[in-house]
Design a protein around this ligand. Sequence first.
Ligand SMILES: *Cc1c(COP(=O)(O)O)cnc(C)c1O
Length: 458
Amino acid sequence: MKYRSTRGRVTGIRFKQAVMMGLATDGGLLVPHNIPDVSNKLAAWTGLSFEALATQIMSHYIDDIPAEDLAALVKKSYARFDHEKVTPIVSVGDFYVLELFHGPTLAFKDVALQFLGNVFEYILDEKNENLNILGATSGDTGSAAIEAVRGKSNINIFILFPQGKTSPIQEMQMTTVLDANVLNIAVEGSFDDCQMLMKDIFSDLEFKSEYKLGAVNSVNWARVLAQIVYYFYAWYQLDKPAAFDVAVPTGNFGNIFAAYLARQMGLPINKLILATNSNDILVRFFRTGIYQRGEVCFSESPAMDIQVSSNFERYLYYKLGGSCAKVTEFMAGFIDSGVARLDFNTREFDETFLTGSVSDVETLHTIRQIYEEHNYLVDPHTAVGIRVGRQQRTAGIPLLCLSTAHPAKFEDAISRALPAIEPHHPRLQVLTDLPTKKENMAADVSLVKDFIRRHAAV
Ligand SMILES: *Cc1c(COP(=O)(O)O)cnc(C)c1O
């Protein structure tokens, strides 16, 4: 399989290059030259374990890692999940929940980042090179990235987070990791300050290449690829229905884009139900064709407090018939003015997607309702997906709602919804007694660069 950029200036590269490139060098996103149709393999894959199925699906997109190495990478990536099925489904009333939170940090990002961390290590070992990952986090992504690379000898990771502005649990999930290659930087400032610092540093191309800086953000193709797998595995767990709907709480359009690809590959997904919180740029787009940035609002589902979805451009590429010129024009217009429009006739637009946005009040109400009706506790992100899923589902076929975090990660929201309930998880409970490590720093780019110079893997 070869990969190309949605903007057309990078083409014909293979999987390992695509992983190391992350964002395409022309500013676009990397996509496979074609989407393989696996419908004639679905019967033969019946009964495979999560890991075996993952290896089969991924091998359609990876031809530069030998099969046995890929199988070993997959096995290692899911060994730290605390459920034998890795991503199990549970039946809740008249719908199903796909639990994606059984990884080390109890959030769905582990499914993709554990794999990405191991792929990075594998490629760097081969090339005998090092990598320094730099990231900024408002909470969840930081710990998932740290857990993905902790202890790896050829990777150091620097995570900038706003001191005192993540939840105490989120901070402990990062700072209790004492491995020498993990460097937490607590910035005196906001999440925006952290992102600004990161952008400043990445834009210094000389510094970036001298210290071999890389990112693990959600545009990396390996992350999308790893997320395709659990849609297939869920279908087998549902006993291979002729059709099913999936409901996905969405921020960066990564998770639901993987569902879109699974559908294109021949998995019989009927509707893709896209759910957002009040940051609803995607809902507005699918209803009007107008892609317009708004102000970011803070919500009860903070991992989806995003206005510009970084994976959206991949979808756009397919909707525009693979025309890099049209993608480039659309994105240039959007970057210039904060708004771009797709001209479509409503009847011809993408009927695969149904959408809805959910307020905070509705989110808390849904948490309460699901708990009271079914004795099943969901986190606020999952509640957003379930609410829209139940409203928009197709009658007569199964509805699969994706659960993206364990409720104990968001205990404040849970206590607002259900004051009598205290969610917990053993992995989080032990954190309070552990020693921590972090570097406090003013929001000053020269201080951060200096710290990287002193601690980079070179
Ligand atoms: C990142 C995240 C999401 C959003 O996923 P996208 O792939 O960005 O759409 C939803 N829920 C949780 C808990 C997350 O961490």
